[in-house]
Design a protein around this ligand. Structure first.
Ligand code: ATP
Ligand code: MG
Length: 218
């Protein structure tokens, strides 16, 4: 898929129906290189569907999806394998891709340290806090070395302290790793400091209602 260098990721007139019911009804949006965007929309309007289409996990019925770089998705449910340690869960994508054990261990060590969760990696998902679990899910997505990180409700079901901690981590990724992010959220105020554009979606059948450029503070 080839796009102009200015866009990291672009959707043009994307449509998707499930069982004959239109969910996405012609969604057009773009994430420029080095920029981050936030998506706000009512429950069940198709935000997760949109991210899955961007990540190549779902095919749209029609429309164009152009991706320029590696995309990685942090799922709305943390999707941890309960009987594996955080270390095993973080390395899971690389392991499934057949990477060497030592390479996986090194990458897991690197991302865990970058996200400040090294001390918890030998524990099982049920033994750590929701905030640590969310960071582990983000760490796992980072093992793919993405140019663009898709985050589906990264703050959901976290208490205020954990939300602030995850926001701090995302701010660091934005600042230090120059990563583009695409974030769906029900906490727009808390994330507004770190995105360049906000897209507001309508109710189903869903289109972009409005987009607003903002000046991030970081
Ligand atoms: N695989 C599927 N089969 C049938 N219907 C689906 C499927 N995936 C999503 N849907 C429907 O599509 C609509 C959009 O779902 P989606 O999960 O994308 O919404 P959302 O905006 O992420 O919702 P939420 O705010 O609750 O996370 C919903 O009505 C959902 O029931
Ligand atoms: Mg969703």
């Amino acid at each position: 898929m080839v796009v102009g260098m200015a866009e990291r990721l672009e959707l043009i007139d994307v449509r998707k129906s499930f069982n004959g019911k239109a969910v996405l009804d012609g969604v057009t949006l773009a994430v420029p290189v080095g920029k981050s965007v936030m998506i706000i929309g009512p429950n069940a309007c198709g935000k997760t569907t949109l991210l899955k289409i961007m990540a190549g996990l779902l095919k749209p019925d029609s429309g164009q999806v152009s991706v320029n770089g590696v995309v990685s998705l942090v799922f709305q449910e943390d999707l941890m394998v309960p009987w594996m340690s955080l270390e095993g869960n973080i390395g899971l994508f690389l392991k499934l891709m057949g990477r060497e054990k030592n390479d996986v261990a090194k990458m897991v060590g690197d991302v865990a340290s970058m996200l400040g969760i090294s001390e918890y990696v030998s524990l099982k998902p049920r033994e750590v806090s929701g905030g640590t679990l969310r960071k582990a899910a983000i760490a796992r997505a980072l093992t793919l070395k993405p140019d663009i990180l898709l985050l589906d409700e990264p703050l959901i079901e976290l208490d205020s302290d954990s939300r602030q901690s995850v926001i701090g981590l995302l701010e660091n990724l934005r600042r230090n790793e120059k990563m583009s992010m695409f974030i769906t959220t029900h906490y727009p105020e808390e994330l507004e400091s770190m995105v360049d554009t906000v897209y507001y979606l309508t109710e189903k059948p869903t289109r972009v209602k409005q987009s607003k450029a903002i000046t991030p503070h970081v």
